[in-house]
Design a protein around this ligand. Structure first.
Ligand code: SF4
Length: 464
């Protein structure tokens, strides 16, 4: 039977029962995008969405294993819904990259036997079959496929937003940073056929989507695998990330293009030129630094030095007018000394990132960094985190002031959470802006807003 036959069988089986599902997503935008595909399939089978666990007949967890607290949250929730399972026979399914870790899979099988379905990062397309087995045959499904699965196209998708959409362009990662579990659980880099990507975006444009975020663990490694996981064979001139970016920007109706995440090591000149030449590409580029010290970067296996990162940031800023950079930084990597941490602060002072996602190093079992004996104490890690935050907060204050009086193009996302009479949206550099409606512009429009005030965590302005 094909997956479409399982969809029909489940649909027939649950017809007229008004069954509901809830999905809880942990982790990054890639996982959010997977959850949209899972929702698309489940709704095609006849389930409707609820946000309430108590009302759900099917509970799906889409997990992430990049940070430790996701495990705690998952097991906490599983404990909570055990009673629901006993009372209403709720079906429980767990997917995502945490399930690609053997130790986690073993734990679920041993201690959480009431879980019905476990699926991996690239077996989401078999969810109809898995549900069929549980509902019709009363079997549990707890097998996870090999991590280098082929690329499956054409899954239904239920998007969470009407104007902004994420499109995954590649899966997996080949970089093996020494602290990161992703290459072990998401497999090798596998690029999608550019024509499939472009067709998906053309459809989104027809549906009224205006902003597209291209997703991948390393988007600028796109096509370096020569599309060997695509079937049928790829015949396209689009064989680099820069060319894909240009092609996406040429799609009529799409007004803003973002991408997440690039790797500094692969940020080649052709990508810089494509951004410079395409005004639709956001001028806020994410460039994960992780550490500002060359020795630590080497131990992280990042493939660049402090000097090379600074040089790249400078080249990008001088090559692309109005560029803003955001970054990720890990504090307290094993063995990080005070002087090495100072180098990170030095890079932050020099580059003046618009946004910093700061993380305290946490051990991921199975990685090289976790096996090191020179772990930094929790106390020092927290002290360094606070120092970095203090430096960054001061920079944000200064940057916000520089927005006063400027005119920004803002996509109206909806009503402000704190004041429903006002609209909210974001600048190209991701600053939240709150402003009064003018009676003409509506949600989903892109409008010009003059920034008038700085409120530290958001800006306010007026439509002009
Ligand atoms: S580039 Fe490094 S941090 Fe990013 S997903 Fe790959 S291994 Fe992990």
């Amino acid at each position: 039977m094909e997956q479409i036959d399982f969809v029909k069988s489940v649909k027939d089986e649950i017809k007229d029962k008004n069954l509901k599902y809830v999905i809880l997503t942990f982790g990054c935008q890639l996982n959010e995008n997977d959850s949209e595909k899972i929702s698309g399939m489940v709704e095609e089978m006849g389930y409707t969405k609820t946000e309430t666990f108590e009302k759900a007949d099917l509970v799906i967890f889409n997990t992430c294993c990049v940070r430790e607290n996701a495990e705690e949250r998952l097991f906490g929730k599983l404990g909570e819904i055990k009673k629901m399972k006993e009372e209403r026979n709720t079906i429980i399914a767990i997917g995502g990259c945490m399930m690609q870790e053997q130790s986690m899979l073993d734990k679920i099988k041993k201690s959480y036997r009431y879980v019905d379905i476990v699926f991996g990062t690239h077996t989401i397309q078999t969810l109809p079959e898995d549900l069929y087995k549980v509902i019709v045959k009363n079997e549990k499904v707890k097998e996870v496929w090999d991590i280098d699965g082929e690329i499956i196209e054409g899954l239904p998708i239920k998007r969470n937003d009407k104007y902004r959409a994420s499109v995954t362009i590649m899966y997996g990662c080949n970089k093996f940073c020494s602290y990161c579990i992703v290459p072990y659980v998401r497999g090798r880099e596998r690029s999608r056929n550019p024509e499939d990507i472009l067709n998906e975006i053309r459809e989104l444009a027809k549906e009224g989507y205006k902003e597209i975020t291209l997703l991948g663990q390393n988007v600028n490694s796109y096509a370096k695998d020569h599309f060997k996981y695509c079937k049928p064979e790829v015949k396209s001139e689009i064989d680099t990330f820069a060319k894909l970016l240009r092609a996406v920007c040429s799609i009529e109706g799409i007004e803003k293009v973002k991408f997440m995440s690039p790797h500094p090591r692969d940020f080649t000149d052709d990508v810089i030129e494509a951004i410079r030449d395409c005004p639709k590409v956001s001028r806020m580029i994410h460039m994960p630094l992780q550490s500002g010290n060359s020795k630590v970067l080497k131990e992280m296996n990042r493939g660049y030095t402090k000097e090379q990162f600074l040089e790249l940031a400078e080249k990008m800023k001088s090559g692309i007018p109005n560029l803003h950079l955001s970054t990720d930084i890990i504090v307290g990597f094993p063995g990080e000394t005070e002087e090495e941490f100072e180098d990170t602060l030095d890079v932050v002072r020099k580059v003046e990132f618009e946004q910093i996602f700061m993380f305290i190093y946490s051990m991921r079992e199975g990685t090289r960094a976790a096996a090191r004996e020179d772990q930094v104490s929790e106390e020092i890690k927290h002290q360094r985190f606070d120092r970095l935050k203090e430096l960054y907060d001061g920079q944000v204050e200064k940057q916000n002031e520089s927005y006063i009086g400027t005119i920004q193009d803002i996509l109206i996302e909806g009503s402000s959470k704190n004041d429903e009479t006002k609209y909210t949206g974001r600048t190209d550099s991701n600053k939240v802006v709150v402003f009064e409606p003018n009676g003409k512009e509506k949600i989903g429009d892109i409008t010009k807003v003059k920034i008038t005030e700085n409120h530290k965590w958001f800006l306010s302005g007026e439509i002009i």
